[in-house]
Ligand binder design. Structure first.
Ligand code: DGL
Length: 287
């Protein structure tokens, strides 16, 4: 997780904070779940830049430009106290530019290499991510810093984020397509050691976790960084201030950059106990 810089933020914010959770699509909902659990009193804006999905296939310069443009609009419109970039593909590239351009604190989601290196016994770790994330120098630096004693297999899946979107849209991909995407994650060394930890380094992938577990050729520990992100948010904003007797539900606004909220996003938010959703469509075509 890339940290935000303002440690005194909690003291500054007296009212319930507004937290913007941002992703290219529905993957950020896996992070939103954890953050909402930690701060049920906050007001949330969920922003899906669906017009530019998938981010994993954009060139680095296009992605930086795109996220800066979308973020400028979101910050002007919603004035959040904190932004969670719930996307590894964006966080591993765009965080320095975001922090240079805007004063709002950003918490990024980056590949959970450190906890993976701490959890492995076989020292064979796999990083399952988008092609963009596995190519980033940031990711390679993380591996060198935290997992130099391990052998790390990088699997850049061109399809899994779209498969996760399809799953939530009620059009799940068949088992063999999913199994083919995760097959390269499972490595056996000549001395008989096997991959025992797989990092879910794309926020879409936890949406498919139950199926991954069922289709895996052997059992591994799957690491989802979302709980650590929620802890970081609480560290910055402080603990929940909701009085347990207060049953007023916190608000949530969903934003999409495409033609509007899809039935799948509405269902997914509903399923996550976010019944009260105001939807804004801010069309912003990919240049
Ligand atoms: N959810 C995003 C991530 O964590 C990526 C999906 C995409 O390629 O747009 O990397």
């Amino acid at each position: 997780m890339a940290g935000a810089t303002t440690a005194a933020l909690a003291a500054e914010i007296r009212r319930a904070p507004t937290i913007l959770v941002f992703d290219s699509g529905l993957g950020g909902l896996t992070v939103l779940d954890q953050v909402r659990r930690a701060r049920p009193d906050a007001r949330y804006v969920y922003a899906a830049d669906d017009a530019a999905f998938p981010y994993g296939r954009l060139s680095e310069s296009t992605l930086v430009e795109r996220v800066l443009a979308v973020m400028a609009r979101l910050l002007a419109r919603h004035d959040p106290d904190l932004v969670v970039i719930a996307c590894n593909t964006a966080s591993t590239l765009v965080l320095p530019a975001l922090r240079a351009q805007f004063s709002t604190p950003f918490v990024g989601v980056v590949p959970p290499i450190k906890p993976a290196a701490e959890a492995t016994r076989s020292r064979l770790i796999t990083l399952l991510a988008t092609p963009g994330t596995v190519a980033r120098p940031y990711t390679h630096d993380l591996i060198e810093t935290y997992a130099s004693a391990c052998s790390v297999t990088l699997v850049g899946s061109p399809n899994l984020a779209a498969y996760a979107e399809a799953e939530l849209a009620g059009r799940p991909m068949d088992d063999s397509s999913l199994a083919a995407e995760i097959a390269p994650c499972f490595v056996e060394s000549e001395d008989g050691r096997r991959t025992d930890v797989v990092c879910l380094a794309c926020t879409h992938y936890p949406l498919l976790l139950a199926r991954f577990q069922r289709l895996a050729p052997w059992q591994v520990t799957w690491i989802d960084p979302a709980p650590a992100i929620a802890r970081r948010v609480t560290q910055l904003l402080g603990p929940s201030r909701r009085d347990p007797r207060d049953d007023v539900p916190p608000g949530l606004t969903a934003f999409t950059s495409g033609i509007g909220i899809t039935a799948s996003l509405r269902r997914s938010l509903d399923a996550r106990g976010v019944g009260d959703v105001a939807v804004e469509s801010m069309p912003l075509a990919l240049q």
